[in-house]
Design a protein around this ligand. Sequence first.
Ligand SMILES: NC(=O)c1ccc[n+]([C@@H]2O[C@H](COP(=O)([O-])OP(=O)(O)OC[C@H]3O[C@@H](n4cnc5c(N)ncnc54)[C@H](OP(=O)(O)O)[C@@H]3O)[C@@H](O)[C@H]2O)c1
Length: 294
Amino acid sequence: MTDTSRKVVQLLIASAAHRLNGGRDIERMTIDARIGIIGGNGWLGNAIARAAVASGAVEPGRLILSGRSDNRGTAEIPGTQWTKDNSELVERSDVVVLSVRPEQLSGVRIDTRGKLVVSVMAGVTAQTISERTGTSDVVRSIPNAAAAIRRSFTPWFATPSVSPEGKRLVQALFEACGDAAEVPLESHIDYCVGMTGSGAAFPALLAEALIAHAVAQGLPRDFAKRAARGVVAGASQLFAGEDDDTAEIVQAMIDYRGTTAAALQAMLSLGFNESVAAGLEAAAAKASTMASSG
Ligand SMILES: NC(=O)c1ccc[n+]([C@@H]2O[C@H](COP(=O)([O-])OP(=O)(O)OC[C@H]3O[C@@H](n4cnc5c(N)ncnc54)[C@H](OP(=O)(O)O)[C@@H]3O)[C@@H](O)[C@H]2O)c1
């Protein structure tokens, strides 16, 4: 075995061992605050509620969810409170999560003075949220669809008045949904609407490209779908640990000068990085348009 191939194998084994070991050795914080989720019957709000309880971060009795129509989804979280009255939710909560669609925000009339408001809405600025809810303690975040399986990476931004305890709570809430990190600028959140908020869309696009090519080469579609899933959702787990360095993996593959290097170089020379950059810039531009109209 050459030095390079040994390095590749070591990298992959280390990554796999890290995954088997649970990926990240995080001691999860238990949240004592009462949390209200406006739009808790919706797709994302309910996923956050389920993740918070399933991870043990929040006792179901400390959660209150609201929606205008019905309490769909709450049956899966026994012990959680439900209301159609957002003012009652605010009264019974220390922290209010806003999980309605951006265009539905105007229908949410609440006074959260003195409380922390955590928004998951794409494109609605902290200033707008502050004006609509009456608090200066605002966190903007962008979870993604993988929150439903507690695999969302959630960036979040806090306005200057949010206390260190408030920030620890937000980090704990979103770690319950996967992983999370604070960003220093609000504009980073608008950027992340595309980069992390798109969730499974980018890997799904890669899988589709793999499938289309394999089918064009005459491979059966069912086989191509299973193979692409294996590569995109399975093999990528090798670098899913926190410390695994994708640059190192790519470089090790290129240095190996094998078939993977040939594939990578062909993709890179045809503008793979430029395509990804164009996609991310388009998403960020769209997010900032939403922000200015939010
Ligand atoms: N889905 C994602 O992957 C994703 C990713 C990142 C960010 N987000 C953001 O998450 C937010 C929610 O998205 P979603 O996909 O979960 O949408 P959704 O399934 O439509 O959920 C929104 C919920 O808000 C409730 N609602 C609307 N107005 C309300 C009001 N005045 N009071 C109380 N509840 C109200 C609705 O229920 P009723 O009709 O019963 O009131 C609905 O269940 C959006 O702002 C979106 O930008 C979503």
